[in-house]
Ligand binder design. Structure first.
Ligand code: GLA
Length: 390
């Protein structure tokens, strides 16, 4: 059986965007404490994942991974135990190649050995990247080898396939034991990135997601992953300092809300990528919005799909388990606009004469016989939860 936590999209925190290659065990302990103190653990963020650069530059003589003795002096078992004691789950990172993206030892050809290490340490989640030499082996073979090795351990380990969407992982992710698979290049804390910049902005990822048209591969125990949340990140984040991308103007409040609203409408894994010890109150409120988190975690597990996209307005929607649906109204233009649609034109079953509508940002409620509308400022997104009235 897949881990029961993957019945809905996994939620948590990952070290990469905050700390890039300088992550230490005290950063991880601080993140664990902050997840608890901010209340984010209690709204569902439970996995704490250490990304690239946790390992020493050399394996031991048998090819085992060794935690970097300076950054992780206490070792991974002790760190995992502390994370578990905080009521959280612990994740690590490796790559389906000879080296990680930052040039550290990785797991190709040593899948069983490393999976056994992860299980012994108490690892609950593995993010498995696509860097290093592949030794001529194709992606399905490389990812299947680690999937099988993880299954052979006696631990439930969530398997995050990170091939950036390069080899259509949605079509084989479940078959290799994956529970989520990246669909795009790395997200960065910008609305759009330039052609020669690293990664994709939030609007770029929405365009790419619409073009990919892979919602049918997505659902309980197997999730399309448009990459981590950039909420809270700016020029000082680890990723911005590390990668070839200029983040001198990070996401605005409206763009940040659009980012979070769409990740929830897409039922994306919600993996926070910011330094939680410096999270401001507005970003915390966005990340902790329980109306939106419920839409992300809806038991049907549908990925929202576009109903209408034009130069100034975008409408996406998905069905929900309560018989209704969620509708996102994105203003792509430059003026405040009332964006309008109808129940019959979106993914809400047309089974009633009246519907209850809840604005997921404000909590405001009203009833409609079919018209749906919201006033939206530029680059912001309103999300309406629409439920048939019996
Ligand atoms: C790749 C992945 C990122 C991150 C880095 C670490 O770029 O896509 O999410 O894990 O590697 O080096």
């Amino acid at each position: 059986m897949p881990p029961s936590t993957t019945r809905t999209p996994p939620m948590g925190w990952n070290s990469w965007n905050a700390h890039s290659c300088t992550v230490t065990e005290s950063d991880v302990r601080d993140a664990a404490a902050a997840l608890v103190d901010t209340g984010l653990r209690d709204v569902g963020y439970e996995y704490l994942v250490v990304d690239d650069c946790w390992m020493a530059p050399e394996t031991d003589d048998d090819g085992r991974l060794v935690p970097d003795p300076e950054a992780f002096p206490g070792g991974m078992a002790a760190l995992a135990a502390d994370v578990h004691a905080a009521g959280l789950r612990f994740g690590l990172y490796s790559s389906a190649g000879t080296e990680t993206c930052q040039g550290y030892p990785a797991s190709l050809g040593r899948e069983r050995l490393h999976a056994e290490q992860f299980a012994e340490w108490g690892v609950d989640y593995l993010k498995y990247d696509n860097c290093g030499d592949h030794r001529g082996r194709d992606a399905v073979e490389r990812y299947a080898a680690m999937g099988a090795a993880l299954r052979e351990t006696d631990r439930e380990i969530v398997y995050s396939v990170c091939d950036w969407g390069t080899n259509d992982p949605w079509s084989w992710g479940r078959n290799v034991g994956g529970h989520l698979w990246r669909t795009t290049d790395d997200s960065v804390a910008k609305w759009r990135t330039g052609a020669d910049e690293f990664g994709l902005g939030i609007a770029d990822i929405l365009d790419r997601t619409a073009a990919l048209d892979i919602a049918s591969f997505h659902g309980p125990y197997g999730w399309n992953d448009p990459d981590m949340l950039q909420v809270g990140n700016g020029p000082d984040s680890g990723q911005s300092r590390h990668e070839a991308v200029v983040v001198d103007r990070p996401l605005t409040r409206a763009e940040t809300r659009t980012h979070f609203a769409f990740w929830c409408l897409l039922a994306a894994p919600l993996v926070i990528g910011t330094d939680l010890t410096a999270l401001d109150a507005v970003d915390r409120e966005i990340l902790a919005n329980e109306r939106l988190i419920r839409i992300d975690q809806d038991p049907l597990g549908f990925q929202g799909t576009p109903d209408r996209r034009d130069a100034t307005e975008e409408i996406w929607s998905k069905r929900l388990a309560d018989g209704g649906g969620a509708v996102a109204l994105l203003n792509r233009g430059h003026d405040v606009t009332e964006i309008q649609t109808r129940v019959a034109d979106v993914a809400v079953p047309t089974v009633a004469d009246r519907y209850r509508v809840v604005d997921c940002w404000t909590g405001e409620e009203w009833e409609t016989t079919g018209e749906l509308a919201a006033s939206v400022v530029p680059r912001d997104t309103a999300v309406l939860r629409v439920t048939p009235v019996e």
